[in-house]
Write a protein that binds this ligand. Structure first.
Ligand SMILES: Cc1cc2nc3c(=O)[nH]c(=O)nc-3n(C[C@H](O)[C@H](O)[C@H](O)COP(=O)(O)OP(=O)(O)OC[C@H]3O[C@@H](n4cnc5c(N)ncnc54)[C@H](O)[C@@H]3O)c2cc1C
Length: 470
């Protein structure tokens, strides 16, 4: 019997475990144990239930264009629990110049694809719009080196597009500084569009046409761009464990160190226990994986240490619907840094996913911290609640007393893909010895579908190695 140890019970480790379970179910001679230092599984995914409210501590949904998360839910038998965003309130707002301005129709990841709404929007100044339009004329970048999101957007669409759109909308997803984050590792489609079409606007228009053509041939789907699960993303975590009866899931089992060499590894636990295995899948954050690999592959450990993480926090706040002064007619808003607010973004959760709050209540979730104002995410709970309530009063005129406020600190939780991230990851993977596999958000995608794909792929590589499959 060959043995695989998975270190870390976040979604990447769980996806790896489930892939190995499927192999065992088909009769393969494999044993697998997943060790997790915490007292629960799911890592960044953590759902709490409170009097009919479904509260997400970390992620609250995932993108449907990358199929891995939807496929996993379907394999686990919870596909019918998937829910789309509310089609009745699809607007998103940008807080600019002291007010909430609707994102103009036809803006595809900051690229205008409809002339009239773009020409009429008060979001950008007239010179800002002209500068964005110059994208139609600007030549493509000749060298293929990576660059920052800021440099890319400034070059193609100008400073205003960067400050009002790219920084809050795109860098915001990564809680990153646009001046240091890699465009190639975060939004590779922009780089490909420039290479293929030269102009982002022309490229997006061509892509949109192709998408409309292929959508007209496909059967109508109930999926929206963002999807979630009815009872929260924690459902996915519980379902993996339930559907993997041959995997040993061990919580409260922190890994202290790893020793051994090709195909003959041992894992020492903080508690003093030890596991021997032919393959290890490390799905811990890079700053934890680095010291674990120090004695067996120091070069990879040194490169892993260079991957930076920043802190964020979420404040979920609920109100009684009766007398609530704001219509919540949208999914929420983002705030550019130049507006000088504490909130980075606010999701109007009960409008975006109505089943998340019980009848008679509304719920909002504010996102704070990140690379541009990490100090805010380090503040104590009461200070953070005060900052959020002050921002909500000034931005949305909310003066009502909340029913509850829930603060979650996500300390050093958000990985930063800095310029040349992809080269660093290639170099790390190159250093790994036989039987060592890495999975998770530190490498080639931070979203839940990316982490599932990364866990599944590392499990497949481990299975192929141990069972001698090609
Ligand atoms: C606040 C926040 C909001 C987000 N929102 C979204 C979103 O809406 N949609 C989306 O797609 N993505 C979102 N993300 C990103 C996504 O949630 C993460 O990238 C993903 O969940 C990471 O999964 P993972 O398995 O790689 O790592 P983790 O979830 O970090 O799991 C790693 C696990 O390893 C364990 N561990 C650590 N050290 C040890 C040790 N020594 N021994 C054993 N176990 C150990 C940890 O306890 C943890 O359980 C968000 C992230 C954050 C922080």
């Amino acid at each position: 019997m060959k043995k695989i140890v998975i270190i870390g019970g976040g979604i990447a480790g769980l996806a790896a475990a489930y892939r190995i379970q499927r192999e065992i179910s088909e009769g393969s001679p494999l044993e697998c144990i997943l060790v997790e230092c915490g007292d629960r599984f799911g890592g960044k995914i953590a759902t709490e239930k409170l009097d009919g409210f479904v509260i997400e501590r970390g992620p609250d949904s995932f993108i449907s264009q990358k199929p891995a998360a939807i496929q996993l839910c379907q394999q686990l038998g919870i596909g019918d629990h998937l829910v789309a965003t509310n089609p009745e309130t699809p607007n998103t707002y940008v807080y600019t110049g002291g007010k909430l301005v609707t994102m103009p129709d036809g803006l595809s990841l900051m690229i205008p694809t409809k002339f009239l709404p773009f020409a009429l929007t008060p979001l950008f100044s007239f010179p800002g719009k002209i500068r964005m339009g110059l994208d139609l004329l600007i030549p493509r970048k000749v060298d293929t080196s990576d660059e920052s999101l800021a440099s890319f957007v400034r070059r193609r669409m100008g400073e205003e597009a960067l400050r009002k759109m790219a920084e809050p909308m795109l860098a915001g997803i990564y809680a990153s500084d646009p001046e240091t984050m890699s465009i190639g590792s975060t939004f590779p489609m922009f780089v490909e569009t420039e290479r293929k079409y030269r102009s982002l606007i022309l490229g997006m228009l061509a892509r949109k046409k192709n998408m409309l053509l292929s959508a007209s041939k496909r059967p109508k789907s109930n999926f929206s761009l963002f999807m979630t699960l009815k009872d929260g993303l924690g459902e996915m975590v519980d379902a993996v464990i339930k559907k993997s009866p041959d995997i040993q899931f061990q919580s409260g089992a922190g890994v202290k160190s790893i020793a051994g060499k090709e195909g003959d590894w041992s894992v020492q636990l903080d508690s003093g226990g030890e596991y021997k295995a032919q393959a290890l899948i490390l799905s811990t954050p890079a700053h934890i994986t680095a010291p674990l690999l120090q004695s067996v592959t120091p070069k990879a450990a040194k490169l892993l240490e260079q991957i930076k993480y920043v802190s964020t926090a979420t404040v979920t706040i609920a109100y009684k619907k009766t007398g609530f002064s704001h219509p919540l007619n949208g999914f929420g808003f983002v705030v550019p840094k130049c507006e000088g607010r504490s909130i980075l973004a606010c999701t109007w959760t009960s409008s975006k996913f109505p089943h998340r709050a019980p009848e008679g209540y509304v719920m909002l979730r504010c996102y704070l911290g990140g690379a541009l104002q990490e100090d805010v995410a380090e503040k104590d709970e009461q200070t953070m609640v005060n900052l959020v309530r002050q921002d909500l009063q000034e931005i949305m005129s909310i003066k009502e007393e909340p029913v509850f406020c829930k603060v979650f600190h996500n300390r050093k939780s958000n990985v930063q893909y800095q310029v040349n991230h992809s080269e660093r990851i290639d170099a790390i993977m190159h250093e790994l010895q036989e039987g060592l596999f890495l999975a998770g958000s530190a490498y080639r995608g931070i979203g839940i579908p990316d982490c599932i794909q990364s866990g599944t792929q590392s499990a497949e590589s481990a299975i192929n190695l141990l069972l001698g499959k090609s």
